[in-house]
Design a protein. Structure first.
Length: 252
């Protein structure tokens, strides 16, 4: 039983105080073979589903983790088609989001939150889509607009206005090169902006370092940055903001 269920059972008199305490002290870590530990209570505690980093894991081991894990929703990030093939062979309902390079297992909850996601160029879409899927798995819908970088300054204005008119609770900006779009969006916005620097660019600083430095040094207040290419972190952070904003007052 999860924590909420234990408390409900205790409240209804189905569990004694001693038994409830025993249940709450149970180890919520699941061990898979000798290589993986799952935090089974993360979704109940933080609203973030289990997310497995696929890069560096073999397709066979990834599939083993996926089919052994006790989780209603699981995402496998940085997953190749070979990862997906191995997982799909053992979990036929698994889906592959090619743009995000992410495997999805389980059904997402009905959305109760809303965020915006902008991608400066088409090369940044993978990271933006990674963020969108993580947010969706947490019950947050995204309004997206891609290829709206400042090389043609006017492109982002209408999408940004639409996001603000729809009352998004946060905006993720995925940008490589010099990463300027995040600062510009922040200067026009009255909601938190999360800069997502990407490893897109030429030569010196072209692996995302320049974009990250630009976002960290932004003089526009109300912007924070995640690490280079961390779409998972950006999506989770934006979704947590949105869910907190829309939580009923008596649950805060």
């Amino acid at each position: 039983m999860n924590v909420k269920k234990v408390l409900e059972e205790y409240k209804e008199g189905n569990l004694s105080a001693d038994e409830a305490e025993k249940q709450l002290r149970l180890d919520y870590i699941q061990t898979i073979e000798n290589h993986t530990l799952f935090d089974k209570s993360r979704f109940n505690r933080k609203g973030i589903p289990e997310i497995v980093f696929g890069e560096g894991k073999s397709p066979v081991k990834t599939a083993e983790i996926a089919c052994r894990a006790e989780s209603d929703i699981m995402l496998i990030s940085r997953a190749s088609p070979e990862h997906y093939s191995a997982v799909h062979d053992r979990i036929p309902e698994a889906r592959y989001a090619e743009d995000a390079k992410m495997i999805i297992i389980g059904e997402f909850p009905e959305p109760t939150g809303l965020i915006g996601i902008l991608a400066a160029g088409t090369s940044d879409i993978q990271y933006a889509e990674e963020a969108r899927i993580v947010a969706a798995a947490m019950g947050v819908r995204s309004i997206t607009s891609y290829d709206v970088g400042i090389a043609a300054f006017h492109r982002f204005l209408d999408p940004l206005k639409n996001m603000l008119d729809e009352n998004v609770d946060a905006i993720i900006v995925a940008a490589g090169m010099e990463g300027a779009l995040a600062s510009v969006v922040s200067s026009f916005s009255n909601v938190p902006v999360i800069g997502l620097p990407t490893a897109v660019g030429y030569g010196f600083g072209g692996e995302g370092e320049t974009a990250l430095r630009s976002m960290l040094q932004s003089c526009s207040l109300g912007i924070a940055a995640v690490n280079i290419g961390n779409g998972v972190g950006a999506g989770a952070f934006a979704a947590m903001i949105s869910l907190r904003c829309r939580r009923p007052h008596d649950e805060l």
